[in-house]
Ligand binder design. Structure first.
Ligand SMILES: Cc1ncc(COP(=O)(O)O)c(C=O)c1O
Length: 387
């Protein structure tokens, strides 16, 4: 059966060049990067080369990069680390209603410990207004946290503008750039951020490794206490192979990103144009132009996203839905509700995300089969008027 992977926002395959770059650090160069001897030194070189590569990609200094276990840890580190370092200064955090759970949950955790969090709403495209962020600032605000691009609907936020406001007010600014690094340009100075999270498995690197950019001088509490790795900011023996893989992955993105974005955008726009031509009552979620080059998200009326996914899977097509079925109760996505969709419409959403190995043929296969699936499901739906 034909297999078509259209869920690159969930995770990406690890590029074979990345796997090759990681391999030596499992057996041949297995040393602990903190050891003094030659084994340690060759491992340390891999870690420092990767740090240098990532820093130069982000327009940062190598000393401003802390390697972590991924996006979730980086977000937790940034939010809890700043809250803990600045709790005497203030207890107010500003974020948005459409952040990833890896931002929302640390914020909720802090709320239980006496912090106040403002969740700024977004418009129907999922855009947050810098003016609304500005209005939410109080004399107790210590951190503003706005994602660079949304993982469900792909909307790219005006992060540079928000960063400028934060800078003027002397408030730390963090962005979750897990969906943008490796896909669109990300420069920590252009974005005016103090902190930025990223994760290798979203840009063709391995899972379980990421980084937090921490601007020099930013006050932040150590996240993992233990050894003095990462200048005492994050203890634990370095994940040498993972870090080497992250460095190689970012090097490949540096060279390929511009071309890949153009290519994916053309396929994305083909889907955005063709799906409404082939299926009635479908609505594009997210911003029409200010969106990730690889993201398509549609609400398809009268049917459940999960049913579409199962039917697509039977044809070898892997996609995803906006609604997270985390438990037996199917809660619609907080992002889709935040852009104003009703529960019913939010349930019928389909996210299609493209990547390095997506072919035009894959898109045609989807365009050929999706309308048939929708027709079949609608025919069974009591909500659909079959006349
Ligand atoms: C926007 C965003 N933030 C954070 C994460 C979590 O990253 P990780 O899987 O590396 O922990 C994800 C992953 O889905 C994401 O899309």
């Amino acid at each position: 059966m034909k297999k078509v992977y259209l869920d690159y926002a969930a995770t990406t395959p690890c590029d074979t060049e990345v796997i090759k770059a990681m391999e030596p650090y499992f057996f041949e160069k297995f040393g602990n990067a903190s050891s003094i001897h030659s084994y340690g030194q060759e491992a340390k070189k891999a870690v420092e080369d990767s740090r240098q590569m990532l820093a130069s990609f982000l327009g940062a200094e190598p000393s401003e990069i802390v390697f972590t276990s991924g996006g979730t840890e980086s977000n937790n580190f940034a939010i809890k680390g700043v809250a803990s370092a600045l709790e005497k200064k203030g207890n107010h955090i500003i974020t948005t209603a459409i952040e990833h759970h890896a931002v929302i949950e640390p914020c909720k955790f802090l709320e239980k410990r006496g912090f106040n969090v403002t969740y700024v709403p977004v418009d129907k495209y999922g855009l947050v207004s810098p003016e609304d962020i500005k209005k939410a600032i109080t004399d107790k605000t210590i951190l503003i946290c706005v994602m660079h691009a949304n993982n469900e609907i792909g909307t790219i936020q005006p992060v540079a503008e928000i960063g400028k406001i934060a800078k003027e007010k002397g408030i730390y600014f963090h962005t979750d750039a897990v969906q943008t690094v490796g896909h669109i340009p990300v420069d920590v100075n252009e974005l005016n951020v103090n902190l930025l999270s990223l994760s290798a498995h979203k840009f063709y690197g391995p899972k379980g490794v990421g980084a937090l950019y921490i601007r020099k001088g930013t006050r932040i509490e150590t996240f993992l206490h233990g050894g003095d790795q990462e200048k005492g900011r994050r203890a634990s023996t370095h994940n040498t192979s993972g870090i080497a893989g992250l460095g190689k992955a970012i090097e490949l993105c540096r060279d390929k990103m511009e071309q890949e974005a153009k290519y994916q955008m053309a396929l994305r726009d083909k889907l955005i144009k063709e799906i409404p031509n082939k299926i009635s009552e479908v609505y594009l979620n997210g911003h029409p132009s200010q969106r990730l080059p690889n993201n398509v998200n549609f609400s398809i009326k009268y049917i459940e996203g999960e049913s579409i996914l199962l039917n697509l899977d039977m044809l070898g097509i892997a996609a995803s839905t906006g609604s997270a079925c985390t438990s037996s109760s199917l809660e619609p996505s907080h992002v889709l509700l935040a852009i104003g969709l009703s529960h019913e419409i939010a349930h019928g959403s389909l996210r299609i995300t493209l990547g390095r190995w997506t072919q035009e043929d894959d898109i045609n296969y989807l365009l050929e089969n999706l309308p048939k699936i929708v027709e079949k499901l609608r025919a069974m739906s009591p909500l659909y008027d079959k006349k």
